[in-house]
Design a protein around this ligand. Sequence first.
Ligand code: HEC
Length: 227
Amino acid sequence: MELSCASCHINGRGNPDFFLEGVSASPGTADVTSSLLSKVRGDDAFNPAPIPDIALRDGKQIRDRKSPEFFTKVHGLIAEEFDGQEPPRSVIDAVIAYMDGLDSSACTQGASTTAIKLGADMEAAESAFDIATRPGADQATSIFYLRVARFRLSRIHERFVGPDLAPQRRELLALSDGLGAMAESVRTGAPLTFIAPDWPAIAESLGEGERRSLYNPEIVRAAFAEE
Ligand code: HEC
């Protein structure tokens, strides 16, 4: 299941429209101790709660985001509640800093949506690659960010559908395989199979297909109309 924090907390806020069969009672609620989401925290009881707005710090939320309690809470959320991969310490610190920086007075007027753009996904993949390969990056950080880069590429891949975008999909798969091999060599300590992707060339080639991909809202509308 491909849920992320942002499925329920859009831009760190809430999501009044979230509804997942078996997890929600009504839109905007979720049972975060559902066994569907977590092997560790699953409690076999259906007890959905309203999804809180992290910026509001209301209800049961821990107000002091710099406290050890909050660190423990967030670590638990990532590693147990959603059965995530154990992240490097710097990643948890970054998530906490992000949540601590949220301000409920920003982005009123329903501005909490972000357009989905090929450029943004490419940039995210490239920055993750840069962090993974930065000199001095430790093993856990490299593996984690190579995985983030591959995840971003997979998001692009799923939007490049149809026979005429097959060359772009092949290109994405080849790159992702390369990053996978690199992560494997970091993990096993084998000599590093370092690859140096030509990001501008890849961006250009994908850019040529963007108009025909599901990054184009018109193509998305047409695809829904066919169903
Ligand atoms: C399936 C929907 C869903 C997802 C996915 C989700 N949350 Fe939540 N989150 C909730 C609900 C519901 C609550 C309130 C739980 C309660 O009241 O018991 C909550 C509460 C929180 C709180 C408040 C905790 C406190 O007491 O201070 C934080 C912080 C939080 N979530 C962060 C995250 C992070 C980080 C992720 C990703 C790792 C995440 N959430 C993913 C639904 C979700």
